[in-house]
Design a protein around this ligand. Structure first.
Ligand SMILES: Cc1ncc(COP(=O)(O)O)c(C=O)c1O
Length: 485
């Protein structure tokens, strides 16, 4: 065998100049990775798959279980029997955290530890880039919004152990209610009030807004020391508007009450970002919770808790018992690199345009069917349309099950996300609490039945166009079928 005497063994195969080209190309991936580490920011442009794989492999190779010389004699040694599972996780099998602390570095898994810290930084930087400049600390968790809210309440309990109540502006989404019960608190439910944003049109009395006066009187009644927090919501189904976060923040500041904001899918809504900024400036926001799937288009399973209060987020981290799956965080990291920051910003801007497009299209449809659009001034994500005349044309239906059949027709035609809300004679029970007309976020609503749908990040023009076309087709078919019976 020919002996290799050169310093760089690659040179002995392909010569000095080719070897140099090869190593420069190899270094280009390394350079990009170093740049991300130095800048702590998502690159503006998308990375190609080779670079992403290089970064993931580099990180993964820092974990002990992936070393060819590894010997494991502990009770948890990252042994993965399935190669498909191993590959799906890029060999990052130790999760995040260490012996009881989710944020601690793991000596066995240096790469995973780096990934957690880096993704935290990238996410924080992204939040700054889209306008949430006040965020000082963040945690990425491997469970969805509801559990992150529960963890938030349980952390606040450590700081206010005698408080029993959470004051909450009703939003008819079960997670939002159950998280208070699961964490052992008594919810004080404030029904939203109906407002009219248009002085010239008496019929515009459809928007559901936070009842600030009731918040104030409940605080007086219960006493500040007995209240854990005010729990507000920024993203919800029309006709409910996002809560009056500014006023609630002011109340929280004045009374020194914790303020937890459910920002499940508000990160991509520029209006919500604006309001959060203002609220933080003039009032008090302690913890904000968002879903990773709804905001960043990754699989369900992750959430963010973030705040301007660095120490409070550290307390949330400390309060989490044990380790956690790294999977949702890894999905987020890969998505950030594959999208690039500019694309994320573009999607945010584009969604806003699609929302306006959807509203305009539907105004015409509503006119055709003599229905009313429910477009709240203070909700830039979800819109609704009444079904009063459609239901009349279909034979004056008044049974909830007949009306909600419309929803099934959409679903059967592969349209998901549509919600039909009809009057419900029966109360809905959730965790022992009873709600009238569950679904419309208040006990009585004048414009039932109605339908809502949302314009979320990533929606395409085709989806909007085809939904509008199919809406008319389905409604016509519904009216025809019902009249046949
Ligand atoms: C306002 C609001 N909060 C919370 C949730 C629940 O989020 P998750 O399923 O991520 O727990 C939803 C789900 O749609 C929601 O609309």
């Amino acid at each position: 065998m020919e002996k290799n005497n050169s310093q760089n063994p690659i040179e002995s195969f392909i010569g000095k100049s080719y070897s140099k080209i090869g190593s420069e190309l190899q270094n280009s991936h390394e350079k990009i990775f170093k740049n991300i580490l130095n800048m702590r920011s998502i690159p503006n442009e998308p990375l190609n798959q080779n670079t992403i794989n290089y970064i993931l492999n580099t990180i993964s190779n820092m974990d002990g279980n992936n070393s060819p010389n590894h010997i494991g004699i502990g009770e948890r040694e990252g042994r993965i029997i399935s190669n498909i599972v191993l590959n799906r996780n890029y060999g990052l099998v130790h999760g995040m955290g260490r012996s009881g602390n989710i944020n601690d570095l793991q000596p066995k898994a240096v790469g995973s530890s780096l990934l957690v810290q880096l993704t935290n930084s990238l996410t924080k930087n992204l939040l700054h880039s889209i306008g949430l400049n006040f965020i000082d600390n963040i945690i990425i968790l491997p469970f969805a919004t509801g559990m992150a809210l529960t963890l938030s309440f349980l952390t606040l309990r450590l700081l206010k152990p005698n408080a029993k109540y959470i004051i909450w502006s009703r939003i008819d989404q079960k997670t939002c209610f159950k998280c208070m019960i699961t964490s052992g608190f008594t919810p004080i439910i404030i029904n939203p009030i109906i407002i009219n944003n248009d002085n010239n049109n008496k019929e515009n009395d459809f928007e559901l807004k936070t009842d600030i006066e009731s918040f104030k009187s409940e605080i007086e009644k219960l006493g500040v020391n007995n209240i854990l927090c005010i729990f507000s919501t920024t993203s919800c189904f029309a006709p409910r508007a996002y809560d009056d976060i500014i006023k609630l923040s002011e109340i929280c500041k004045e009374k020194n009450i914790f303020h937890v904001v459910n920002n499940a899918y508000g990160i991509y809504c520029t209006k919500v970002v604006d309001i959060l900024n203002k609220s933080n400036k003039i009032g008090k926001i302690d913890l904000i919770i968002s879903s990773t799937d709804k905001n960043f288009m990754v699989p369900v399973g992750g959430s963010l808790i973030y705040s301007s209060n660095y120490d409070l987020i550290e307390k949330v981290k400390k309060n989490y018992p044990g380790r956690a799956s790294i999977s949702p965080l890894l999905d987020l990291f890969v998505t950030f690199l594959e999208s690039g920051k500019e694309k994320i910003k573009f999607l945010i801007k584009d969604r806003k345009e699609k929302y306006n497009f959807l509203c305009e299209k539907f105004k015409k449809i509503a006119e055709k069917y003599d229905e009313k659009m429910l477009i709240p001034k203070n909700n830039k994500i979800s819109i609704g349309i009444t079904l009063k005349n459609i239901v009349k044309k279909a034979g004056n239906l008044n049974e909830k099950k007949d009306i909600t059949e419309i929803g099934a027709m959409f679903f059967n035609r592969q349209i998901s996300g549509v919600r039909i809300i009809a009057r419900n004679e029966n109360e809905t029970e959730i965790s022992g609490y009873k709600f009238k007309n569950y679904g419309c976020s208040c006990d009585e609503y004048k414009y039932l039945p109605y339908m809502t749908f949302a314009c979320a990040i990533g929606i395409t023009n085709d989806e909007v166009e085809n939904f509008c076309k199919k809406f008319e087709k389905i409604i016509d078919e519904f009216i025809k079928n019902k009249n046949k019976k």
